[in-house]
Design a protein around this ligand. Structure first.
Ligand SMILES: [Ca+2]
Length: 293
């Protein structure tokens, strides 16, 4: 962590090979703060801090091989900016993974989030070919068209444990859904908008209580919960998947339910993705183009 209370600008030298970038994460900062790469004092890539209190990815692409200056600039005296885990790496859009059809792909996708800023067009392009839907829960409010009942889920996704909640482990990134608002005794429900199942799996991170009848993420088809997942009575976000094959072409929605008032009556959810339809990379030889619904 860098607490640069006293200095307004930190500069260090970094030698980059052809095609290398500097990665890392930042947390906080105030609007106007930034991290940048320069060559001979001329800026070649800058990322501005937005002041959002959640983890965001740093990615600064070098220009040619050679010596660059890495600059962290803090504009507001007395306000901190946190920058951590800076590293050199080579990642091209081509190296981004294939369509997410298994848990290994999903975990690679989770790792990729540390390399690509959320708004990087190459990252967004790659997601378009890999995913049909993604709910990252990284905004202050719940995603558009999701509905909420009860008070357990609070006013929106959070960045950290609430009150006396234990530390949260696993690949939490940015914000996530947490039904611990008001403690275990509170209840609530979140519902996604409806969507057509394409037969591909749905992946997500889940933690919290293990009574899947009372606290779970469910796939609802025709008003029935046809699949459900819950936690393991701890706060570790684990990758789980819901198969949708049996209900292909049917209309469904996801529900996140907390109707448990007992100890461990809460659930955490993050990073829900629906794999893209169409063939995966290994099947592309026989690819037939079909219009997206
Ligand atoms: Ca509860």
């Amino acid at each position: 962590m860098l607490d640069n209370q006293s200095k307004r600008t930190l500069t260090t030298t970094v030698k980059l090979e052809e095609g290398e970038s500097v990665g890392g994460v930042f947390f906080g900062g105030t609007p106007g703060d930034y991290i940048a790469l320069k060559i001979d004092g001329v800026e070649v890539h800058r990322q501005n801090f937005t002041g959002d209190q959640s983890f965001q990815t740093i990615r600064l692409d070098g220009q040619n091989a050679g010596e660059h200056q890495l600059v962290i600039s803090k504009t507001t005296p007395g306000r901190n900016a946190w920058v951590d885990g800076l590293f050199r790496f080579t990642a091209t859009a081509e190296s981004l993974g294939p369509k997410i059809v298994n848990r290994k792909h999903y975990k690679e996708f989770l790792d990729d989030r540390y390399l690509w800023p959320a708004q990087d067009p190459r990252w967004l392009d790659s997601l378009q070919t890999r995913l049909t839907k993604r709910w990252a829960f990284d905004d202050v409010k719940f995603p558009k068209a999701w509905t909420k009942q009860g008070r357990a889920f609070g006013e929106g996704p959070v960045t950290k444990p609430i009150a006396k909640q234990q530390a949260i482990r696993g690949p939490a990134f940015g914000r996530f859904v947490n039904s611990y608002h008001g403690g275990d005794k509170s209840v609530g429900r979140l519902e996604s908008p409806t969507f057509v199942l394409n037969g591909e799996p749905i992946f997500m991170l889940v933690a919290g209580g293990k009574d899947c009848n009372k606290v779970f993420v469910g796939l609802e088809v025709d008003g029935q919960i046809v699949q459900r997942k819950c936690g393991k009575r701890d706060e570790e976000l684990r990758a789980v998947s819901l198969s949708t094959k049996k209900w292909k072409n049917q209309i469904a929605r996801l529900v996140i339910v907390d109707k448990d008032t007992r100890p461990w009556g809460h659930i955490l959810v993050d990073e829900i993705v629906l794999a893209a339809d169409g063939p995966s990379k290994s099947e592309e030889v026989n690819r037939v183009e079909s219009p997206k619904p």
